[in-house]
Design a protein around this ligand. Structure first.
Ligand SMILES: [Zn+2]
Length: 99
């Protein structure tokens, strides 16, 4: 599995078309994607406020206890770095969410 680090190996390939890329020749893009789980303040409605907050907190704590530290972090923040050849980059950057 891709581990998110920029490879120091001289052979890397385009994530989209698999084309082999040689670093330093200006023929590739290193793309860094950062995803953050909803960074906005939570919105509560009256139904939420009517709930037993203590029970909800206990439920969430139990859920988090079932995850290891890495899994818990992955649920709120992911950073992925990958390489694209110039042709794939030019297609991809126009509609990054479509692939
Ligand atoms: Zn490509």
């Amino acid at each position: 599995m891709f581990d998110g680090r920029i490879s120091s190996s001289p052979t890397i390939s385009c994530r989209r078309c698999g084309h082999e890329l040689v670093p330093g020749r200006g023929e590739l893009f290193a793309v860094s994607v950062v995803a953050v789980a909803d960074p906005y303040p939570p919105v509560f409605d009256e139904r939420d406020l009517a709930q037993d907050v203590g029970a909800e907190i206990r439920r969430l704590v139990a859920q988090l206890n079932g995850l290891d530290e890495q899994q818990a972090r992955d649920q709120v923040y992911r950073r992925v770095v990958f390489h694209l050849c110039t042709a794939c980059y030019e297609d991809w950057i126009e509609e990054p969410a479509s692939h």
